[in-house]
Design a protein around this ligand. Sequence first.
Ligand SMILES: Cc1cc2nc3c(=O)[nH]c(=O)nc-3n(C[C@H](O)[C@H](O)[C@H](O)COP(=O)(O)OP(=O)(O)OC[C@H]3O[C@@H](n4cnc5c(N)ncnc54)[C@H](O)[C@@H]3O)c2cc1C
Length: 224
Amino acid sequence: MVADLPVGQCLHDHPGYYNAFALAPGYLGMTPAVGSLLWTASSEAVGDELDLHVTATHLLDGSLSPTGGAIVLAAALVQPESRGTITLASRNPKDPPIIDSNFLGTGRDARRMVEAVKLGRDIARHPVFAPFSAGEMIPGDAVGEGTLAEVVGANLAVYGHPTSTAPMGSPTDPWAVVDSLGSVTGVHGLRVVDASIIPEVPSATTNLTVIMLAERIFQRAFAR
Ligand SMILES: Cc1cc2nc3c(=O)[nH]c(=O)nc-3n(C[C@H](O)[C@H](O)[C@H](O)COP(=O)(O)OP(=O)(O)OC[C@H]3O[C@@H](n4cnc5c(N)ncnc54)[C@H](O)[C@@H]3O)c2cc1C
């Protein structure tokens, strides 16, 4: 043992749900139907949190739709409070690790996730949007208020933004693994600079944040 650090104990990621609609026959030309993002506050947001995304995407093969075209209103909770874990399955580096995202690990997260899906459904049923839709495919109109939470919880998607498995913090933070320049606590000459050191997942997609982090640490640690 070189350093006993809480690696993998604060995994943070965005849970999502693909709310899918068949495109109306007159609007199949919308495929791929990408291009807008609603970024807003849930009814349980605290302060200036913008904790929900609803993104119009083409992430469903049109051949799965009865009309030959589909649009997804992808709902995501982008300021979750639940934390998951990643642990080694064995000492063999070729064994995949054990990842527990612990999505919707709190009641507040579960309620906000459902709120995001309802927001997407409201948009799809709005008179402005409705002409483009030939009906909801997933979860489908049969899934109403009473069962929506259960269906969403059982069919979550990942937004693909895992962070915080080697979080940046001060020496007194019990959850910290690296300092503000990515140096691993107690291990001389080892730096981590990637999404894992972001202490809390940002309420946005993470690629630009990682690039910013890398450029900033390079400038502070190495640039003369
Ligand atoms: C499906 C998907 C879609 C996404 N879409 C978006 C998006 O639209 N916009 C956005 O902002 N973010 C998006 N993200 C998130 C974004 O891609 C990540 O947050 C970001 O790439 C993380 O950067 P990273 O440097 O931490 O890891 P990575 O980009 O994963 O880089 C890790 C690198 O290490 C290499 N590697 C691994 N093992 C070894 C080894 N043993 N030796 C040498 N090299 C190794 C890998 O090949 C890889 O190149 C998406 C993520 C996923 C999974």
